[in-house]
Design a protein. Sequence first.
Length: 266
Amino acid sequence: MTTPVALTIAGSDSSGGAGIQADLKTFAALGVYGATVITALTAQNTRGVAAIHPVPADFVAAQLEAVLGDLDVSAVKIGMVGAHASIEAIVGALERFSPPHVVLDPVMIATSGERLLPADAVDALRTKLIPRAAIVTPNLPEAAVLLGEPVASSDAAIEAQGRRLLSLGCRFVLIKGGHGHGEESIDYLIGAEGTVPLAGPRIATTHTHGTGCTLASAIAASLAKGEHMPTAVLNAKKFIGDAIAAADRFAVGHGRAGVHHFHRFY
């Protein structure tokens, strides 16, 4: 029996709610073996990020070589990349090893407001990583930053921004609507064949730390198991919705805690 393997390239969250830790929890919950390449260490908790220590790009490259040179990785999820030099290392590894599916979550700002991607790295993310992605999963503010435009505030504007992101070379764009308003949270899956709005109830909870990481890694897990993109996105949206709805089952820290990755089990 072949074991599906997914690799997360991201930063470490010392509080366990986002980043590498959230990705590994998601992979485990969905029955996928998880491997890691760490791009940055963060000192953070549910209240915010106190410090960030980028991992040197040559060590990012060494981790990529070690994992991709040995494990049969079916899907790669990329989150916090840390710096321009790390993007170059990641691009080099993707070109060399050509993993089947790349899910890019363009992490730029933490839930608590801290900037996680230097301004000089945004262009490299836009021009070098997006063209290699099967899907890019920005929220509304991230989509605006990537395009140098105001945050979209209507369905038509969101779809237009998604089309412009699609033109950068990725195969699908999922613009997340969690930063929007209204009773429903609507994500927009945009591909060559059209746009599919994916609506879900807006859940009243403050425990949303790591939602973007979890959604992207859930998509990667489904792709690693052989699902096609629309099905992978639907599976991931159901998983993150249930994880948010169950977040209040436990209390962790004194701020904005993470979602319940193992809601299916307890």
